[in-house]
Design a protein around this ligand. Structure first.
Ligand code: AMP
Length: 112
């Protein structure tokens, strides 16, 4: 079982901000911005590389949960960044698909 599945199952503690039958969102343990939330599907998909057309609705829901959390956390007006890291060059360290919601500061571009 992946680390994030254990968080979704409440087997490892985390600050969970949202959960439903398909999606869980929790605060990143090592935040890279004043607001940094990880949004995952309960389904253990390894990465963006492993998505299929059957996952289209699920991925849409991840983005809509990010949008809702941005509003709830008060960063929708100031702005935010949504990131899927994929594979070694993308900086992915946990092999369970996840969407980063980052906000509360100005984000640089290009990313490091
Ligand atoms: P990535 O590098 O895109 O795979 O992102 C993985 C993220 O998970 C990193 O930002 C980590 O800080 C975060 N993370 C790792 N372990 C935990 C944990 N136990 N609780 C919350 N976030 C975690």
């Amino acid at each position: 079982m992946t680390l994030f599945e254990k968080i979704a199952n409440h087997e490892i503690p985390a600050t969970i901000l949202y959960e439903d039958a398909e999606i869980v969102a929790f605060r990143d343990i090592n935040p890279q911005a004043p607001t940094h939330v990880i949004i995952i599907p309960r389904k253990p998909i390894t990465s963006v590389n492993d998505l299929t057309p059957n996952d289209a609705e699920l991925i849409g829901k991840l983005v809509l949960v990010a949008r809702k959390l941005a509003i709830d956390l008060g960063i929708n007006e100031s702005g935010y960044r949504l990131v899927f890291n994929c594979g070694p060059d993308g900086g992915q360290t946990v092999d369970h698909l996840h969407l980063h919601l980052l906000g509360g500061r100005v984000m640089g571009w290009p990313p490091g």
